[in-house]
Every structure is written in C-alpha cells, then in structure tokens.
Design a protein around this ligand. Sequence first.
Ligand code: SF4
Length: 327
Amino acid sequence: MLLEVRDLHVEFRTRDGVAKAVNGVSYGVDAGETLAVLGESGSGKSVTAQAIMGILDMPPGRITGGEILFQGRDLLKLKEEERRKIRGAGMAMIFQDALSALNPVLTVGDQLAEMFTVHRGMSRKDARAEAVELMDRVRIPAAKERVRQYPHQFSGGMRQRIMIAMALALEPALVIADEPTTALDVTVQAQVMELLAELQREYRMGLILITHDLGVVADVADRIAVMYAGRIVESAPVHDIYKAPAHPYTSGLLASIPRLDHKGGELYAIKGLPPNLMHIPPGCAFHPRCPMARDVCRTDVPPLYEVSPTRGSACHYWRECLDGVDG
Ligand code: SF4
C-alpha cells in the first residue's frame, strides 16, 4: 500500500479545552487509486490530511497516537528535513483557495519554474520550458504567453489548474486534494474534476480527494471513507455506497445531493449540527441527529463493523440501514 494511516489521533489544545479532532482514523490508498474522504466541516478530514502532509499547526495541534506509513516508512518518526523532501517529490497537496496558496507577486511561470530549479537543479531556461509544458498539460490556453501573467489575471478555474500543475510538477506518488473545486461554479467544477481524474490515471498516482460533497466524487473515486466527529463511520467501494449506504449519516449525505430528476420540493438536509469537538456526545457521536437512534446508541460507541471484506460501518444497526429501514 502506498499510504496507510493507522489509528491516528489528533487533538487541539485551546484556552477553552481540548478539541478531539481525529479519534482513531485508519485508511489507506494504493498507487493509481482514488480515495474520497467525505464529511461536513469539523469531521477531521482536513486535519488528517494536514497530519499526512506534515503541515499541521503544532501547537495548538498535537498528534497523540497512531502511524502514517508512506511507502513503508512511518512519517511521524522522520525528522522535519526528511519530511520536507517527501513533501516536495513524494506527495503534494492541492488546496481549495488557489488565490491564497499562490504567490501574488510572482508570475505563475516563475512559481512553476521554481519547482524545477529548486528540486531538480534545472537551468532557468529549461525550467521555464517545463512550466509552459505543464500549463499545456493542464489545458491552459496560450500557455506560452500566459506563463508571464500573475495569479490574479487568471479565472478561478484556471488558477485551480495552475495549482494542479504545481502539485504534479515533480510527479509525486500521492496527491491530496482538499476541496479542490468548492470555490468554483458547477460547470468549471466538473471540468477540473475531469482533468484531475485524467491526470491521476496518466501518472498512476494515489489520490486522496477531500470533500463535503458526495455528488462530486461519484465518477472519480474508487473508494469512499465517510468521516464524522473525527472517526471513519463508513468505508466502502464507491458503487456499494451509492447502491445502499450502511450508515445513516451516509444515507443523509446521499439524500442531500441535488438531483436533476427531482424538481420542486425542498432539498433534504441532515437535521442538527456537527458536534462540538470538545464535547463529543457519548456512545455514537451521530446519535443526536440520527433518525434510527435507540438507547444503546447513547451509551455504546459502535466499532467499525465488517459489513463485507471491503466494507465497514460504525453503526450498531448497519443491517437495517442497508435494508433501507430508516427508523
Ligand atoms: Fe444511528 Fe445508532 Fe447507528 Fe449511530 S449507531 S448511526 S445513532 S443507529
């Protein structure tokens, strides 16, 4: 396995108390595979990604347990200098907000070329040529001319393409894309996702796609891990989840996707709010919002039950959920 996260725990110490952001997360991704990590904000999906990349703010963040194995090495045991090397060539991240991730006072060409001069020791001229080629690859029209422009001169979708180009420049084995299309309108969203999926296949990289929107991952993900209150509550091949979810939270996320064939009426929304991570409810953390909750849910934390050899659900009543009984 390219990347394996095992029983990861992350907390944040603040003046008001300890927020338990990640509470025993385990997942893995192989070369050439796309894992979508799904959940509302505060579910721990981005914090887990930051821990993998080694860019977690520590303090206030603290990794209190677990392992992150990348190509067989536990990243948590490496020195910062070794991690920095891996961050350049082994793994890369695509952020949601390209405008703040890119340097506003450097041309996009200079920013792309810097990847090659710094990490590959290329001459400025060769690096510039690589930058143009990369921009072509991510289908930025008139790349030769636009390489001299600044980030603010590009549209949101084009900027996101530049972010993708920067992430892929050194051909990393793993790319983590954190809500890469959230800031874009729907048509551009689809184009950027399509490009990402295409490049992922071409480069055979492992891709972790973090999103709160189940609708955007259907065509690109191989597996889905659904997170809630810092835990994985369902993990399964993408087709299994769309066919029949085995956790009421996943059912709620599926029901909230807008559908073209569903005209009129209100869009479904999961009732209530995600929990305060300083006061995670006892038992199943989802019980205050769950239409299937019973007494045992308020006291007993559900383990990740094995639904099938490739599927797990942290719901005491996953069988009923699979059968479509929703309380
Ligand atoms: Fe709902 Fe209970 Fe399942 Fe939690 S364990 S998701 S509260 S039915």
